[in-house]
Ligand binder design. Structure first.
Ligand code: ADP
Ligand code: MG
Length: 480
């Protein structure tokens, strides 16, 4: 039997507002427990929530970026459940009328093609607090600093067909919210989290299979592993004559397995109803236009521009626009190298720089080589001061902090390319004199020996001779 996988994701992006969604308490991460929760966040009697305009603006920005219908007006609703980290006994969320309606996002598949993923909705809600199980002997602490932090929950259609697609979609959303500067995307701190809904069905069947929801997995890698292990479990279960039950499952990264947390029967009945303390949210046309004007160039537009204006390959352009920081870095390198060789800039960033960063476990923002330094280095290749090979040496020196810029390293190490043809001719003459056998073979038709001679000349010049000139002079002299 062939199986088809169906996945829908619910991404929670913490909005990067300074204060909470319904109170003036700060949202900064990492403060002493319960020092950033005010009476509203604690749900004390007599308080009233006041909606944070910045959170609304950020949601609108996101909606515009995914070409979504904005719901006008949208409504806040109470989602009722009891949990120690939820002092009010309900979470303020949106149910029937979410601020962002249907939209879409294109992801790139491994074969280079694009797939459009439907976005069902995105709604505003407040985060809950945190239960601290590790800190007290036999007791659980509650930290309400996170209570009331604004979240945008982004719900996808069940359009994803593999764990890889799910991760590509999640990365795309991650990149987008950071381009829009509405979420810092920090997964360790929980600012960007994801629940995955997974089901399988026999290939060709129309109806969806019963799904399991995998909760709060905190890295791209684990989302992929959790979904794959869940797909395996469901297929095995059905093939053994069993039935998937609708339930919430937790992923255990250490054991690489998913475990049942609660079944549908045990699920809460949230008894949603419109929150009487909050007015409907009316979006004025001016606000929508202000947000539209504030949109940065979006990743796909940037990618397409890199392809169209700079003749980069789609692959290179996709890598370079995968984050706003990297795209900015690329454009700064291009600027610093006089905008002549986009392809060369792309190659150096993708192979040399990203390779080195990856090896060192660093982000582009932490790069030991600044865009100005890399641009300055590439400029010296283009103007023939150094060869590409010497440039790699200088790259390593810049990485190690051995100089402020390429020019000072070239100067200090005497790496300037030799372009004086008299000097190159002298070396060529010497190499020809020292390799009489090879010269004879070459002249008898073994022309592939040219590479050998080039190598000898480059070696004798310590890599500094201009390779194009070396080739030209060698050919002339070897011809006799
Ligand atoms: P709930 O209200 O229980 O969270 P929703 O209908 O809102 O359920 O769906 C939540 C997520 O689950 C969405 O991303 C949706 O695409 C996905 N989903 C729904 N049905 C399935 C299914 N059968 N298999 C996989 N994903 C599904
Ligand atoms: Mg849900």
């Amino acid at each position: 039997m062939e199986w088809e996988v169906v996945i829908g994701l619910e991404v929670h992006a913490q909005l990067a507002t300074k204060t909470k969604i319904f109170s003036g308490a700060p949202t900064a991460y990492g403060a002493e427990p319960n020092t950033q929760a005010c009476a509203v966040d604690l749900g004390l009697p007599g308080v009233l929530p006041v909606l944070n305009l910045e959170a609304v603006k950020m949601a609108v920005k996101f909606g515009l970026a995914i070409d979504a219908e904005l719901t006008n007006p949208s409504i806040f609703a109470r989602k009722n459940y009891f949990y120690p980290d939820l002092p009010k006994g309900y979470q303020i969320s949106q149910m029937d009328l979410p601020i962002v309606g249907k939209g879409q996002l294109a992801i790139e598949l491994e074969d280079g093609s694009e797939k459009i993923i439907g976005i069902t909705r995105a709604h505003l809600e407040e985060d809950a607090g945190k239960s601290m199980h590790g800190d007290f002997q036999g007791q659980t602490g509650v930290d309400l600093n996170r209570a009331g932090t604004p979240l945008l929950e982004i719900v996808s259609d069940p359009d994803l067909s593999s764990a890889k697609e799910a991760v590509a979609y999640m990365k795309k959303i991650h990149s987008l919210v950071r381009y829009l500067e509405i979420c810092d995307g920090n997964m360790q701190e929980g600012s960007f989290r994801c629940d995955s809904n997974v089901s399988v069905r026999p290939k060709g069947q129309k109806e969806l299979g019963t799904r399991a929801e995998l909760k709060n997995i905190n890295s791209f890698r684990n989302v992929e592993r959790a979904i794959n292990i869940e797909i395996e479990r469901q297929i095995e279960l059905i093939e053994d004559g069993g039935r998937v039950v609708q339930e919430t499952r937790l992923y255990d990264a250490d054991k690489n397995e998913t475990r049942s947390m609660r079944s549908k029967e045990e699920a809460n009945d949230y008894r949603y109803f419109p929150d009487p303390d909050l007015l409907p949210v009316v979006l004025e046309p001016e606000l929508i236009e202000e947000m539209r004007a504030s949109l940065p160039e979006l990743p796909n537009a940037k990618r397409d521009r890199f392809v169209a204006n700079m003749s980069l390959s789609l692959y290179d352009a996709s890598v370079l626009t995968s984050s706003r920081e990297l795209a900015n870095y690329f454009e700064a390198v291009l600027d610093a190298s006089n905008n002549k060789e986009p392809k060369q800039c792309a190659n150096w960033i993708i192979t040399q720089l990203l390779g080195a960063l990856n090896k060192a476990g660093l982000e582009i923002a932490e790069s030991p080589i600044s865009a100005e330094q890399l641009g300055g280095l590439l400029l010296r290749i283009t103007d023939n001061t150094i060869s590409g090979k010497i440039a790699k040496q200088i790259f390593d020196a810049l990485w190690a902090g051995e100089g402020d810029n390429a020019d000072s390293i070239i100067e200090a190490k005497g790496l300037k390319q030799v372009t004086d043809s008299g000097a190159i001719e002298a070396i060529v003459d010497e190499v020809i004199a020292n390799n009489a056998d090879q010269v004879e073979q070459y002249r008898n038709g073994k022309e592939q020996l040219l590479g050998f001679f080039v190598g000898q000349v480059m070696k004798a010049s310590k890599g500094k001779a201009n390779p194009a000139q070396v080739n030209e002079i060698l050919k002339a002299k070897l011809a006799g």
